[in-house]
Design a protein around this ligand. Structure first.
Ligand code: UGA
Length: 450
């Protein structure tokens, strides 16, 4: 199938590369010339494991190409896919780029195959595809829906595991304006064995929001329980959650063996959720609900708990260290989670902001995100090129991102390099490790004994 992808962010490019791997003829369109050239050289313009190798393969075999020319890409094309950004704004979500992409596709629709389906993959609030996208395509093409088809096909790709997620989907959701449109979109995924859900455009849009807001809700629920445990001597949120996870409704026993679904990891405490999706999607759904006069007290609280979490972590540091004025704190990890260099809404950055407000001097290190972090530097935030230099003479170190390599550092030597050997684990990631006696490891979700 000839497919045009509009927008080469991580969703667009990963989707394009994976569809090209399946044998489709894919053209990824972007306005940025340098980005297009980079993709055509088989190079990934951002950090995403597995993508460089895949891009190299599909560009060399010629099933994927990038272009700045939408008309060229649209020639004989059967399906176009909108994968542009939908950033947060005061209204909840900024749909300008989606509307523009729909208009441009409409402009060149006459060049496409006799029957063409416009598919939205960007995360958009319910109703957007059937109203905004439809009207923009119709106005620009002077054709009515039916002459072309509309689909909404949400993505469920985690940053850092996007290629694997594409290749092993839990389900494929296709919202369709009519059966003909849906059938053509489903052709893209021929050969996948997972359930394919054919549904309305609005359900597809809502499924995406429900998926991400559920994850955010589980994290905030766990963090609210953690805050309680932190205030109760004798309580430890991990012990509490370990017991909760054993409920057979959460981890069923199949053929005598307990299955521990991945979802359980969202029922653990942390410094909160971040990234380009969960914070934005919770906010967008809340604002959308407000527009249609539906209250969302649960989702409002999910955001509130998450916003407070980095502050709670810093208050724990202050309870142990006292005043932070001019104290050196080593921040290990900046990305919103391991496996990515993405700093958007990263709880680690929020922790740094709170530490700064208390007068601390932060020396930050991340194994992947240092180039992306250049902009956070100032007189109180210094980027360190190694964990050693970050912890040397520090009053404490904080694990801001659960990079597994942080557990493997030589903490015995590090504790001697530090002024006071405190290690705060803001992700609660390394509780099972045997820490050297010279180091005081302080998890979250546990009452700090005075
Ligand atoms: C999320 C969803 O997981 C994807 O299904 C979805 O497609 C994607 O958003 C999207 O909308 O594009 P992503 O933002 O990459 O993917 O991140 P997750 O791995 O789900 O992590 C989100 C947040 O939850 C992070 O802050 C992470 O640290 C936290 N998290 C993640 C946990 O607290 N525990 C976990 O086990 C996993």
């Amino acid at each position: 199938m000839r497919i045009t992808i509009v927008g080469t962010g991580y969703v667009g490019l990963v989707t394009g590369a994976c569809l090209a791997e399946l044998g489709h003829q894919v053209t990824c369109v972007d306005l940025i010339k340098e980005r297009v050239e980079q993709i055509n050289r088989g190079e990934a313009p951002f950090y995403e494991p597995e993508l460089p190798r895949l891009l190299n393969t599909v560009t060399r075999q010629g099933t994927l190409q990038a272009s700045t020319s939408l008309p060229e890409a649209m020639r004989e094309c059967e399906l176009s896919m909108i994968t542009v950004g939908t950033p947060a704004n005061a209204d909840g979500i900024d749909l300008t780029a989606v509307a523009d992409a729909a208009g441009q596709i409409g402009t060149w629709l006459h060049l496409a195959a006799p029957y063409h389906v416009v598919t939205v993959k960007s995360t958009v609030t319910p109703g957007t595809t059937a109203t905004l996208v439809r009207s923009r395509v119709e106005a620009a093409s002077r054709q009515s829906l039916g002459k072309f088809g509309l689909c909404m096909n949400p993505e469920f790709l985690r940053e850092g595991a996007a290629v694997t997620d594409f290749r092993n989907p839990d389900r494929i959701v296709i919202g369709q304006s009519d059966q003909r449109a849906g059938n053509l979109a489903a052709e893209m995924y021929r050969g996948f064995t997972c359930p394919v859900i054919m549904t309305t455009l609005e359900n597809a849009e809502m499924i995406k929001y429900t998926s991400n807001t559920l994850l955010a809700t589980l994290i905030s629920f766990s963090n609210e329980i953690a805050s309680l445990c932190e205030a109760i001597p004798g309580c430890d949120v991990d012990a509490v959650m370990d017991a909760i996870h054993l409920d057979k409704r959460l981890s069923p026993i199949v053929n005598g063996e307990r299955i521990k679904p991945d979802i359980l990891s969202y029922l653990r405490t942390s410094s909160g959720y971040g990234g380009s999706c969960l914070p934005k999607d919770v906010l967008a759904l809340r604002m959308f609900a407000k527009h249609i006069s539906v209250s969302t007290p649960l989702l409002d609280a999910v955001t509130e708990v998450n916003t407070n979490r980095p502050r709670v972590v810093v208050e724990r540091i202050i309870r142990t260290l006292g005043s932070l004025r001019n104290r050196k704190i080593a921040m290990l990890g900046l990305a919103f989670k391991p496996g990515t260099d993405d700093l958007r809404f990263s709880p680690a950055i929020e922790i740094i902001n709170h530490l700064r407000q208390h007068g601390a001097i932060i020396h930050a290190y991340d194994p992947v995100a240092l180039p992306a972090a250049a902009g956070i530097q100032n007189e109180q935030v210094i980027l360190s090129d190694s964990p050693e230099s970050a912890v040397t003479d520090a009053d404490a170190a904080v694990i801001g991102t659960a990079w597994p390599e942080f557990a493997e550092l030589d903490w015995h030597t590090f504790s001697n390099l530090m002024k006071t050997p405190y290690l705060f684990d803001a992700r609660n990631a390394f509780r099972d490790k045997n820490w050297p006696a010279s180091l005081r490891y302080i998890p979250i979700g546990v009452c700090i004994e005075e």
